[in-house]
Design a binder for this molecule. Structure first.
Ligand SMILES: NC(=O)C1=CN([C@@H]2O[C@H](COP(=O)(O)OP(=O)(O)OC[C@H]3O[C@@H](n4cnc5c(N)ncnc54)[C@H](O)[C@@H]3O)[C@@H](O)[C@H]2O)C=CC1
Ligand SMILES: O=C(O)C(=O)Cc1ccc(O)cc1
Length: 311
């Protein structure tokens, strides 16, 4: 049984195009319409055959949809909600894929009537790449998709959207939006901020010392450069939309970092050793729980067997 039969995707870069590809594969009878604000992306979507129709406005894309998914940078959600509000069919479910949930839910509710049909979602799966060519149908397989329905959300709509994501291969979890934003601030937003910082620091050191810091970078640093190559618009929006939670965890992180700095300064090997023992145990627990991925990426599909060993 198909949870939805007419799906409109607004914004089809990495995530929107991956949803389109995954729907095509898992639910081939679903009618797919796409719209993207960028004319080059619309043309590329046409060439790639991602949709049955590509509309020339967001409003036109949603007129007969029973599910609309916003897949735009989080701070663009409000403009899209405004653009589609007048054209939404009465019983159409409205969702998104944004990495931040409370602010997006607010933006949607500001423009869309009947908030019972607004069900924000976050597939915790992605890569550092963006654009319609970067998407792939397997992206959501075996990954979490977190739904954050508000208190007045229609339970039937929640179940239909849960089933939609399950059919794309995801494990669905329901969570309060504020809780989501704190959890993701720790597990995804802070790691990205650290990566952006450390890669910037290394580039500066390289310039100042005129030495080849980047050339001799080892495995751990290379992982940071992958994450720091992530889309600037998307991540600017994430940090500004999740400001409070990010600042909160950043404060705690800074205190913990200072404690380690102090241990190094005072030759306190015990403190360092104990800390590293605890973090190693955390890694072991993740592996035992079957949540290991090859890189610290919170969402990448594990490499195919044929790719293992390649660099
Ligand atoms: N990149 C990742 O790994 C993940 C991203 N997300 C979330 O998914 C959303 C989309 O991210 P990506 O697909 O990675 O970005 P992307 O940059 O690949 O695609 C975004 C697309 O939205 C379009 N767009 C921007 N403003 C628009 C508007 N007003 N109307 C219509 N189209 C508009 C852009 O032209 C672009 O094609 C973001 O909210 C992000 O937080 C969620 C999970 C993972
Ligand atoms: O590429 C990586 O390492 C990621 O962490 C991908 C990612 C980025 C943003 C999300 O909201 C979810 C997953």
């Amino acid at each position: 049984m198909l949870p939805f039969s007419r799906v409109a995707i607004i914004g089809f870069g990495l995530i929107g195009s991956s949803v389109a590809r995954a729907v095509r594969r898992a639910m081939p009878r679903v009618n797919l319409t796409g719209y993207d604000a960028d004319a080059d992306v619309r043309e590329r979507g046409d060439t790639l055959g991602l949709f049955d129709d590509i509309a020339d406005s967001a409003g036109a894309a949603v007129t007969d949809a029973d599910l609309v998914i916003l897949a735009v940078p989080v701070r663009a959600s409000e403009a899209v909600a405004r653009d589609i509000a007048a054209d939404l069919p009465a019983d159409c479910v409205v969702s998104d894929v944004g990495s931040v949930k409370a602010k997006v839910a607010e933006a949607l509710a500001a423009h869309i009537d009947n908030s019972a049909r607004i069900i924000p979602a976050h597939p915790v799966a992605g890569t550092e790449n963006s654009g319609p060519d970067a998407g792939f149908a397997d992206l959501f397989a075996g990954r979490w998709c977190i739904l954050t329905p508000g208190a007045d959300a229609d339970p039937v709509a929640v179940e239909r959207l849960s089933e939609f994501w399950r059919q794309l291969g995801s494990d669905v979890e329901i969570m309060d939006a504020a809780h989501h934003d704190i959890v993701l601030a720790v597990t995804s937003h802070l790691p990205h901020l650290i990566a952006y910082t450390i890669v910037g620091t290394a580039s500066d050191v390289e310039e100042v010392t005129k030495s080849e810091v980047i050339k001799y970078s080892a495995g751990g640093f290379r992982d940071f450069t992958r994450i720091a190559a992530s889309d600037p618009t998307m991540w600017r929006d994430v940090f500004l939309a999740n400001r409070d939670a990010v600042l909160d965890v950043l404060q705690r992180f800074t205190e913990d970092l200072t404690a380690l700095q102090r241990a190094i300064r005072w030759d306190d090997g015990d403190t360092l050793f104990k800390h590293f023992e605890v973090t190693r145990e955390t890694r072991r627990r993740i592996i035992d729980a079957g949540q290991d991925t090859a890189a610290p990426d919170f969402g990448r599909v594990p490499p195919k067997e044929s790719e293992v060993g390649e660099d």
